[in-house]
Design a protein around this ligand. Structure first.
Ligand code: ATP
Ligand code: MG
Length: 390
């Protein structure tokens, strides 16, 4: 088995952890760069190097034993990726693509240049820039975003006036800001594709994502009642972005579904929370297709194997230990699939998710089977968190 390639994954979170299952099945070898040997992914990937992804020497030491390098997050400094690439390391996705997921200013610019539909936006340096922008888009509130380093809504602020804008802009750890119109969307969608270096690409069914406080809570796949034309448009936008930017691996395109059509919110170039449903709900999971793509293997079938799949995130609650709740949840609902990320529980932290699949494709949010799947998913998560005890 020594000829099987080694995929190096930078970052020890749940996304790296969930790559382990398909790697085991395919006989691929994973090598992990983690902050600590107790990280969720480090618990399941024996070949773990503890090091700092912001340190070029650590990255070089790590990359030595890898055939390709890929990521669990987008926070590796772009210049380090360029340095690795120029010394012959296969970085996938490469820095020329990844920088558009790392920097929301670059991303907005590039999406505009390729004609992808985006909200009105502007790079800003001062509160008066924000005021001028707000006047152009019909007034406050508007949305300020840190160009780099944000996740799960950290780095996103709804600002109601000049004073609030000035306060946000005074965060001195943030290297830059963009402002965006507050989009009055009907719902949020995500279009996910996988693309290989040879240019093969596949598109997953477009899903609906439900965010609260900037954090993904639920995903319904496919997006209930989404018109076929709009679903196809969303997939085409995602495929075009993947091709134009030269993305390798999974690309998740977060979208706003508005009365006038879809607008691109942001891009992620790695497996994404909106794609966890694919583990049970699709013929090939996002994690398997990410590995296939970074190795330039033919991609697997992305189509759904269930009528509807519902994923509910498990965010840290009152219970420190999930395991005692397994007995009740599994006994109550044999169709429930529980995923735990091996993380210590902190309030609001993503520590796992549950998935339920249904037979029929929901034509609307009120579809009875969909409502039942959502109820059961929420119940399980409520029980696992300790919010309910029956
Ligand atoms: N211009 C906007 N108008 C309305 N809502 C927005 C806008 N931008 C962001 N949001 C809301 O805030 C959420 C988080 O924003 P965004 O995806 O840009 O941030 P993030 O922290 O990078 O998220 P992620 O966890 O996906 O990386 C969005 O999913 C959406 O619910
Ligand atoms: Mg987002």
């Amino acid at each position: 088995v020594t000829e099987f390639p080694v995929v190096g994954v930078v970052g020890g979170g749940q996304l790296a952890r969930m790559m382990a299952s398909p790697a085991v099945a395919l006989g691929l070898r994973l090598r992990l760069l983690a902050d600590s040997s107790t990280d969720g992914a480090a618990q399941v990937i024996p070949d773990t190097v503890v090091g700092d992804y912001r340190d070029l020497d650590d990255l070089r030491r790590f990359a030595k034993g890898c055939d390709v390098l890929t990521f669990d997050h987008e926070h590796v400094p772009t210049e380090h990726l360029r340095a690795l690439e120029s010394s012959g390391v296969q970085v996938r996705p490469g820095p020329d693509a990844l920088m558009f997921a790392q920097d929301k200013g670059l991303m907005r610019e590039r999406l505009g240049a390729i004609g992808a539909p985006v909200p009105a936006w502007l790079k800003v340096a001062s509160a008066s820039d924000v005021v001028r922008f707000a006047a152009e888009v019909g007034g406050f509130p508007v949305v300020l975003k840190a160009t780099r380093g944000g996740y799960d809504g950290k780095g996103v602020w709804l600002v109601g006036d000049e004073h609030e804008a000035a306060e946000v802009l005074s965060h001195d750890q943030v290297p830059g800001f963009v402002v965006e119109e507050l989009v009055r969307y009907e719902r949020e969608l995500c279009a996910m594709v996988a693309r290989s270096p040879s240019g093969q690409a596949v598109a997953y069914p477009v899903v609906e994502t439900v965010q609260r406080d900037g954090i993904c809570h639920e995903v319904y796949a496919p997006a209930p009642g989404l018109h076929e034309d709009r679903a196809m448009t969303a997939q085409q936008v995602a495929l075009r972005i993947a091709g134009e930017l030269g993305v390798v691996g999974i690309l998740a395109v977060e979208l706003f579904d508005t009365a006038g059509g879809v607008l691109v919110n942001e891009l992620a170039m790695r497996p994404h929370n909106s794609g966890h449903w694919t583990i049970e709900g699709a013929a090939t999971s996002q994690f398997e297709n990410h590995l296939r793509a970074v190795l330039d293997l033919p991609l697997g079938d992305p189509s759904a194997v269930a009528g509807t799949t519902v994923m509910v995130n498990l965010l840290g609650g009152d219970l420190d230990d999930l395991y005692p709740a397994y007995l009740h949840c599994m006994a109550r609902d044999p169709q429930l699939k529980i995923h735990a990320y091996g993380k210590t529980v902190r309030p609001g932290r993503k520590i796992g998710h549950v998935t339920l699949v249904g037979r029929t494709t929901a034509r609307s949010q009120h579809d009875p089977e969909l409502v039942d799947l959502i109820d059961r998913g929420r119940h399980a998560v409520g029980y696992l968190r300790g919010d309910i005890d029956e």
